[in-house]
Design a binder for this molecule. Structure first.
Ligand code: ATP
Length: 189
């Protein structure tokens, strides 16, 4: 998998306030970065910059390969069954067939027909993760992926990220909860 994600001297200003500056890292196939810092430091903002949803105040973001974002909102139709809601997005990428394996991977295979609105908090988080898995994107941008997950689900998340890296993918992970990310670049805000 040919992929990369590079931040060079990146700064972020929000609401007229400088959140961070001079952030730089270079990730290649199999690499991960762990973004940490106190509440309000700008972890979510950094992930949004990586996703192209927010412009850096200074510096450059570059890379190769599609990026998939896991953010606070899963953007899944609450009235649809989980599989159907995921297929809405997967079809856009021509990857409808990737939905069921992704649901199995996050342990939601048996709930595929259950409407999104009936899922528990942790199950909804796992559904959002399935959307990232199903995307097939080599670059995963995960904002607080462990929020709402029980211990077993955090291990599942760690295994999914490890598997993605073994296949040559990249993971940029912002979290205030401990997640095992071996040999990850530390990005401290
Ligand atoms: N749209 C916006 N306009 C102005 N300021 C914003 C906007 N969005 C976020 N901010 C501010 O930017 C700062 C950083 O927010 P961000 O969500 O990136 O931090 P964070 O490190 O992810 O925080 P947390 O750990 O609480 O999730 C906060 O002070 C927040 O109020």
């Amino acid at each position: 998998m040919r992929t990369s994600l590079t931040f060079a001297d990146v700064a972020c200003v929000r609401g007229g306030r400088l959140l961070f500056e001079d952030i730089g890292f270079a990730l290649g196939p199999g690499d991960a970065a762990l973004v940490s810092g106190p509440n309000g430091a700008g972890k979510s903002s950094l992930i949004r910059i990586a996703a192209g949803l927010l412009a850096p105040a200074a510096g450059r973001v570059a890379g190769e390969g599609a990026r998939a974002l896991l953010a606070e909102s899963a953007a899944l139709d609450p009235e649809l069954g989980v599989a159907a809601a995921l297929r809405f997005w997967a079809r856009i990428d021509g990857r409808a067939e990737a939905v069921m394996p992704a649901l199995e991977a996050v342990g939601l295979g048996e709930l595929a027909q259950v409407p999104v609105r009936l899922l528990s908090t942790g199950q909804r988080r796992r559904a959002a993760l399935a959307r990232v898995v199903a995307s097939g994107a080599p670059v995963w941008l995960l904002d607080e992926p462990a929020n709402g997950l029980d211990a077993a689900s955090v291990r599942m998340l760690e295994d999914l990220i490890a598997g993605h890296r073994r296949e040559g993918g990249i993971a940029l992970v912002a979290t205030h909860l401990p997640i095992a990310l071996p040999d990850a670049v530390a990005v401290t805000l």
